[in-house]
Design a protein around this ligand. Structure first.
Ligand code: NAD
Length: 295
């Protein structure tokens, strides 16, 4: 078998067109443009790349955005005071603090400082809790984007065995929760992480395998069964002296061997990444419309 490609870039393009149309309708009826405030701490090159992709996407769909760059010496208090100012600013609909943060700052307490009604990343415990219990919420962008892929390609999750490799707060855990909800996705879900013994014992049994470990080539063809649907969330920079930048991006799956056995697979780049950005646009519009948390 040779896998068909799940073209996340294309699906994200369609989503962004929808958001763009909705933003136009929203502003044509007398509302101001939605506005996203990004806070970027320090000079991590990866973070700067992600933030510029997000603000560029905002511009394309008609969302106003601003990026506040703070030095990596910023104190926990200064950062939280800044967030509170945006919480109290009626002209700011969404607030995004780009992760990772410097070592001296606890990311979870920073996320908790964001008003959950402006938490367009969907990381606040209020949104995670509401997601877990099936109530309206801002869903974390990467898991929500993966479900857009499932919907577009009619990939059924009901009754399937979904295996999630990676258990982070921003990807693995929320994805596993969404997959396993009996009233929604209805998958039987296994979560693996770095302490999992014999990873292959779990991955080989997956009908749907989602990998977000940050470990290039972790999953090989020998670790999956014929016909599996593979969602590779990993974005890793690996040294490549053939490339102008000196590196190339690669996923957590060894694409050549895994795609020989899978029925469907996302490429890296061009798979999940563009959907994460598109879902951020969608969440920012929902925040502006007060669709999730009416006032
Ligand atoms: P993280 O470092 O917070 O979490 C990694 C998880 O993987 C942990 O639960 C860890 O236990 C697990 N893990 C690590 N090595 C493992 C191994 N050998 N076997 C089993 N489990 C292992 O990372 P994250 O923020 O969840 O991101 C994961 C990857 O996804 C990274 O490459 C990141 O760049 C990428 N990412 C992509 C998008 C996107 O839009 N495509 C969004 C977020 C993160």
């Amino acid at each position: 078998m040779s896998a068909s490609i799940l073209d996340g870039k294309m699906v994200a393009g369609l989503l962004r067109e929808n958001v763009s149309r909705d933003v136009k309708r929203w502003t044509e009826t007398g509302n101001r443009k939605p506005r996203l405030q990004v806070i970027l701490v320090g000079d991590n090159p990866g973070s700067h790349t992600y933030v510029s992709a997000k603000t560029k996407a905002c511009l394309e769909v008609g969302i106003d955005s601003d990026t506040l760059i703070l030095p990596d010496t910023v104190s926990d208090k200064e950062l939280k005071d800044t967030i509170r100012q945006f919480n109290n600013d009626d002209a700011t609909d969404g607030i995004l603090v780009q992760l990772p943060l410097p070592q001296h700052i606890d990311p979870m307490s920073v996320i908790e400082t964001i008003d959950h009604r402006k938490d367009v990343d969907g990381f606040h415990p209020m949104n995670i809790g509401r997601m877990t219990t099936g109530q309206p919420c801002f869903r974390p962008c990467t898991p929500a984007g993966i479900f857009e892929i499932f919907n577009y390609y009619s990939i059924q999750t009901k009754g399937k065995h979904a295996v999630m490799v990676g258990a982070s707060n921003i990807v693995g855990s929320p994805m596993a929760i969404l997959l396993s909800r009996e009233n929604d996705s209805k998958a039987t879900t296994t979560i693996c992480h770095k302490y999992t013994r014999d990873l292959t014992r779990h991955t080989i049994d997956a009908d749907i395998l989602i990998v977000a470990a940050g470990s290039p080539g972790l999953i090989t063809g020998q670790m999956v069964k014929e016909g599996v649907v593979v969602i590779d969330v990993g974005i890793n920079r690996v040294a490549d002296n053939q490339s102008e930048k000196g590196y190339r991006l690669t996923g957590d799956c060894e694409f050549d061997s895994v795609s020989k056995k899978a029925s469907w697979i996302t490429p890296v780049p061009g798979g999940v990444g563009p959907l994460t950005v598109a879902m951020l646009m969608k969440n920012t519009l929902l925040a502006a419309k007060k669709s999730i948390y009416p006032v």
